[in-house]
Design a protein around this ligand. Structure first.
Ligand SMILES: Cc1cc2nc3c(=O)[nH]c(=O)nc-3n(C[C@H](O)[C@H](O)[C@H](O)COP(=O)(O)OP(=O)(O)OC[C@H]3O[C@@H](n4cnc5c(N)ncnc54)[C@H](O)[C@@H]3O)c2cc1C
Length: 379
């Protein structure tokens, strides 16, 4: 039998949570196996509002400097037409942590991915398909065509972190063993597009973020640092108009249901000349989000632990928070003290409960459309 090399931690997933966890755990001197697919360089990635609460967490991780580039902008102003026709302004100067940011997601993720790649002791450039507990450690089997698994030699680790986002790769394996349960609360979907201004436009678009509710869902628009406009529409799958991703007229008609966002697009001369993409924005979680499977410790972080309605605008912050938590959790677990693991499980549970209450309260503020299906489902 081929023996495996033993590392401290396996981190599964190459998004913000996984990359930040690699960086955090290396700061504490742990050896890391990072399992994630190769990241392709892309122009845009959806989800750019970074809450002010992320500022102290990024400082703790030593990563604040990543936001000091012209691709990201600080974000002071959010307008919303939610529960009323008029736009209401909310200014983030009132936040103790300072201003939030509108980030270039593709750039932020690539920066973190490059840093974490350098830091990892072993990178397995693939998706995790199989992992199992053996004598208190995790075993990732060697690659074989038959099993279609990930490494060319077996690898063992003392702890495992699921940072695979809504895929919940480790969580799904553990749920089959009744170690944890997968829960889904809603199936929200998002149609999103990035609009460019008309060539030679001389209009200086306002650097703002705008939230607007309509009868079948809600909209988000934000001006990116490069002058493009990110536009998202959130609704339930059965309420998303058919053909929205391949018929431009359907997307334009949907945009016409907005008041303020449609004005912004017209006034600032943005062009709607391609269809949006569709992605899941469902609320899902694992319960518990961490523990010991047979005799090996694990935790889920970021969206793998709990994915939230983007209305909360806290997904990235929570991913960074959990990555920062992983330092002390792994340290105490490897010293046979499981209290930090339990504390994390409780904190995720409490955070999820608070989020559900806040989300319900936010939706209940919109009473104008209470007879429409999307809103009725959220009363
Ligand atoms: C439409 C939309 C808009 C959003 N807007 C905002 C916003 O404005 N502000 C905000 O804070 N949050 C927002 N969010 C939430 C935010 O994007 C997530 O919370 C955040 O991306 C979570 O990061 P993550 O690393 O946990 O997961 P992900 O970003 O999903 O990363 C998961 C990674 O795991 C990899 N992976 C998947 N399967 C496997 C496997 N089997 N093995 C190995 N790797 C695997 C994937 O390739 C990916 O690299 C939004 C979400 C959506 C859907």
């Amino acid at each position: 039998m081929i023996s495996s090399t033993l590392y401290d931690v396996a981190i599964v997933g190459g998004g913000l949570a996984g990359a930040a966890a690699v960086i955090a755990l290396k700061q504490s001197g742990f050896s890391i196996v990072w399992i994630r697919p190769k990241m392709e360089s892309i122009e845009y990635k959806v989800g750019e509002s970074l809450a002010p609460a992320a500022n102290p967490i990024l400082a703790e991780l030593g990563l604040s400097y990543l936001l000091d580039t012209p691709e990201h902008r600080s974000s002071n102003t959010t307008f919303s037409a939610w529960g009323q026709e008029a736009l209401v302004e909310r200014n983030s100067v009132i936040h103790l942590e300072g201003a939030g940011h509108i980030v270039n997601r593709a750039k932020l993720e690539m920066d973190l991915y490059s840093l974490a790649t350098e830091e990892s002791d072993l990178v397995i450039e693939s998706k995790l398909k199989e992992i199992s507990e053996r004598n208190g450690n995790w075993l990732i089997p060697a690659d074989s065509e038959e099993q279609n698994t990930v490494a060319d030699k077996p690898v063992s680790t003392r702890f495992a972190i699921d940072a695979s986002g809504r895929t919940q790769a480790l969580g799904k394996i553990l749920s089959k063993q009744n170690v944890t349960k997968l829960k889904t609360d809603d199936h929200l979907v998002c149609a999103y597009a990035f609009l460019k201004q008309r060539p030679n436009s001389e209009v200086l678009a306002t650097p703002a973020t705008l939230i607007e509710s309509t009868k079948n869902g809600w909209w988000y628009a934000s001006l990116l640092s490069n002058g493009d406009l990110s536009v998202n529409f959130y609704t339930d799958p059965d309420l998303m108009p058919r053909g929205v991703t391949n018929e431009l007229d359907v997307w334009r008609a949907l945009l016409d249901q907005t008041t303020h966002i449609a004005h912004w697009i017209d006034d600032a001369e943005f062009e709607v000349n391609s269809e949006p993409e569709l992605t899941s924005a469902a609320t899902r979680w694992l319960t518990p989000a961490a523990g010991i499977a047979k005799k090996a410790g694990w935790m889920a972080i970021g969206d793998a632990a709990a994915s939230f309605d983007p209305l909360s605008a806290h997904g990235m912050t929570t991913a960074f928070w959990a990555a920062a938590q992983s330092q002390k959790i792994v340290a105490s677990y490897l010293a046979n003290d499981y209290s930090a693991l339990q504390k994390y499980t409780d904190a995720v549970k409490k955070g999820r409960r608070n989020y559900l209450l806040q989300r319900n309260s936010m939706y209940s503020h919109e009473k104008r459309f209470r007879n429409n299906t999307f809103w009725k489902r959220r009363l």
